[in-house]
Design a protein around this ligand. Structure first.
Ligand SMILES: *Cc1c(COP(=O)(O)O)cnc(C)c1O
Length: 407
């Protein structure tokens, strides 16, 4: 049994807070969005955390997600359904990236994507708060992670995905015990169905940022980066942005770490990477807007970031602006070229969304937003093995003479 999960423990959550009005909400109660219709953020007694643990205590623990337990919301360890949430490695991408480019390879997590971080936390909290039935709209990976964790602890799940969601995602969701429906629309159309059922009291709505705890799970990416970089942070982070949970979560993590005195005030430039065929955050960033309009006719090979409208848009835009970063759009050809380059030159199979961050890095390099000396982290959010690959049709007839020179 994982040492980080053995003892039942205390948590340091004081309350939740509306991300737009600051209105306070009680901890230990089931919440969706705030009354203003915006995400709720979990707040902790960080002075008490500082007295209870030090950086050294954390570093002495096994390196998984649960080593950060004092900064996480689950009250009782018994509510955690773990599938082995490891710390993901930083893999150098020397040839297709550059001398200072590292990929945080989230494809190693349970269910093969970083959605596991958010969903392991959200499901534990749902269990703690007595939820028995959950519905979710998904572009694939979130549904798979939900299905795995919820099934494991006996929570019923109904998942809705666009009908052109990668086939493997739809099947893994079904295989892991959820009822999955292909819908002739985009993720926000699926979200509308989930919302309607939730309003009728049929299930609890697990849409991105519509429950407060996925951000806390995704926050661990920022905590891990701080520890992996020796309690400093990289110069720039490229994050493929759909709902933006991870970007918002990391930004929150850095803030909490600074308040604990574990890192200084320096921050990485945050680059929110989107696909040119669905770039609402980029458009809002460039127009200087605080919120992003829905992107019509969204289309891209990078299904995970095909999110026409994000409820946390203003949180993404604020973090990117405060960090001195930018929102960048890359086209599908550049995405596919980047996936190919990382695989062929560095032996690392990225998902298309991960490829988008590599393409965006080169764009940022060419336009002087970063330079070659900057220490850069790209996020590969899912294993490349889930996505279609070009055919490899060569066959050899062993009963005939073999032309070894031609092999
Ligand atoms: C969900 C997902 C994203 C987007 O993550 P957000 O934190 O929701 O912005 C990117 N890539 C993949 C593979 C995903 O599954």
């Amino acid at each position: 049994m994982n040492q980080n999960l053995t003892a039942d423990r205390q948590t340091f959550v004081t309350h939740l807070e509306c991300s737009i009005t600051g209105e306070r909400y009680e901890a230990d109660q089931l919440h969706g969005l705030s009354r203003a219709g915006r995400p709720l953020l979990v707040r902790y007694d960080l002075d008490a955390v500082r007295s209870a643990v030090s950086r050294d205590t954390i570093e002495a623990r096994p390196t998984d997600l649960w080593r950060w337990r004092e900064l996480l919301p689950v009250r009782h360890t018994s509510n955690i359904v773990s599938l082995g949430e490891i710390e993901t490695p930083l893999v150098p991408l020397t040839k297709s990236g550059g001398p200072n480019v590292l990929v945080k390879d989230e494809g190693r997590l349970p269910t093969g994507s970083f959605k596991a971080r958010g969903l392991v936390m959200a499901v534990a909290m749902a269990k703690e708060l007595g939820v028995t039935k959950i519905a979710m709209p998904t572009n694939g990976n979130a549904g798979a992670a939900l299905a795995a964790y919820a099934t494991r602890c006996g929570i019923e799940t109904i998942v809705f995905c666009p009908d052109d969601t990668p086939e493997i995602n739809v099947r893994e969701i079904a295989m892991q015990g959820a009822r999955v429906w292909r819908v002739n629309g985009l993720i926000d159309d699926c979200g509308a169905i989930v919302g309607k059922g939730a309003a009728e009291g049929r299930w609890f709505d697990f849409s991105t940022l519509k429950e407060p705890y996925r951000i806390e799970g995704k926050k661990t990416m920022g905590l891990e980066l701080a520890a992996q970089f020796g309690w400093k942070l990289p110069d720039a982070i490229f994050y493929p942005t759909g709902g933006g949970t991870g970007l918002i979560g990391m930004w929150k993590a850095f803030d909490e770490l600074e308040k604990l005195g574990w890192i200084g005030s320096e921050r990485p430039k945050m680059f929110a990477v989107q696909a040119s065929g669905c770039a609402p955050i980029v458009r809002a960033f460039e127009a200087g807007e605080e919120h992003a309009e829905r992107w019509e006719d969204a289309s891209t090979v990078a299904a995970g970031i095909r999110v026409p409208k994000a409820v946390g848009d203003f949180l993404i835009l604020r973090a990117v602006r405060e960090s001195g970063g930018q929102a960048l759009a890359v086209g599908d050809p550049a995405i596919l070229k980047a996936v190919d380059a990382a695989a062929k030159q560095d032996g690392l199979l990225l998902c298309p969304e991960g490829g988008a961050t590599l393409a965006a890095y080169h764009q940022a390099l060419n336009t002087g937003l970063v330079d070659e000396d900057d220490k850069v982290v790209l996020f590969n959010c899912a294993t490349g093995l889930k996505y279609p690959m070009p055919e490899a049709p060569q066959a050899l007839d062993r009963t005939r003479p073999i032309d070894f020179d031609a092999l």
